[in-house]
Design a protein. Structure first.
Length: 348
């Protein structure tokens, strides 16, 4: 068997150079016991032979793997794409690798990913839960084994894990307050499931805006059912078919808003003239959408970076660990919708 037909080991490099495996290992780790010339020669031969570290062996001989497990519900979503980019950058700066798994909004898949990542001996976990996740059962093994875990964006309560989240209540409150100031009264909310943290909190902000304005909420204008584009289209169809046609819609996510925009066009409604629209969360592609949507800005990269920093702190200082809750503020970004509409339809 030739060297190119199997995995190259430290022994192969040591044999080529006539030095010990220990010396090779130290050289690759930049240990001060090894001289600069030897380190350079070891790295040269390692590159020539195509050597890659055996992480499984390293995990068995070390308490840390320098890997982080990351579980997200979607990747084709600008929020998660931006958050993952920041997580990866922060991990890399600190000498960690990311092993990412996508649950596709399925709780069973999420549970399987957690099992797999634990079996790979990751040092910690970053998780944003699915829209189906109601039970904490899949996370109990993580808690029992004392593996650091930080939730971000979508969280589960009662497990003692830290989280980094957007100020969902205030963000939703500000968005709906803005619509009320524009003169709208029939403002619908097309939101996610109430058992999810973001679905619950964004609905709470919607209700709070009416409460602060001294107005009653029309329960017919609340449609819950998911965070995707199809959910937005279906939600608007439900509102129109029920006879509770809204003047404006506040959506739980940007993809939901795109679904509302699509359905409105199919129904012959003009946005924002016939029906206005604000989304929670934006997208880098918003400038290409016509009309561009006013949105509550979630600083996804800051959320990802802060979550990674918090997890590293818990990994490196386990004795000082206590549950932390980091809340990132939002801002309302005015674009072509929900922006000084001069003639909102008359209230009824």
């Amino acid at each position: 068997m030739t060297e190119t037909s199997r995995h190259i080991t430290l022994a192969d490099i040591a044999r080529r150079l006539g030095i010990s495996k220990t010396a090779v290992s130290k050289a690759l780790r930049d240990h001060p016991d090894i001289g600069a010339q030897t380190k350079a020669r070891v790295r040269q031969i390692a590159a020539e032979l195509g050597y890659t570290p055996n992480f499984i062996a390293r995990n068995l001989s070390s308490r840390r793997s320098h890997t982080i497990g990351l579980v997200v519900p979607k990747i084709a979503h600008s929020f998660f794409a931006d958050a993952v980019e920041a997580i990866h950058a922060t991990a890399s700066e600190n000498g960690y690798e990311i092993i990412m798994a996508v649950s596709q909004e399925d709780a069973e898949t999420e549970a399987l990913h957690l099992q797999t990542l634990l079996s790979m001996r990751v040092d910690g976990l970053l998780v944003s839960v699915t829209q189906q996740t109601r039970s904490s059962h899949a996370f109990e093994p993580v808690r029992r084994r004392g593996i650091p875990l930080v939730f971000f964006d979508r969280v589960l309560d009662g497990l003692g894990f830290s989280r980094v989240v957007t100020d969902d209540v205030s963000g939703a409150l500000n968005a709906v307050h803005h619509l009320l100031q524009q003169g709208y009264s029939r403002i619908a909310h097309i939101g996610g499931f109430g058992w999810t943290s973001i679905g619950r909190d964004r609905l709470s902000g919607y209700r709070l805006a009416f409460e602060k304005a001294g107005r009653a909420v029309d329960e017919r204008l609340i449609v819950l059912g998911g965070f995707g584009q199809s959910d937005g289209a279906r939600g608007l169809q439900t509102l129109l078919e029920s006879g509770a046609a809204p003047q404006a819609v506040f959506t739980a996510t940007y993809p939901v808003a795109l679904g509302v925009l699509e359905a409105a066009c199919e129904c012959g409604l003009c946005v924002p003239r016939d029906i206005d629209l604000i989304a929670f969360g934006g997208s880098a592609y918003n400038r290409f959408v016509s009309p561009s949507l006013t949105y509550v800005d979630q600083p996804a990269q800051e959320i990802g970076s802060r979550a990674m920093q918090l997890l590293l702190q818990e990994i490196q200082e386990p004795e000082t660990h206590s549950e932390q809750r980091v809340v990132i503020p939002t801002t309302l970004v005015l674009c072509e919708t929900a922006n000084a509409n001069p003639n909102p339809r008359a209230s009824t």
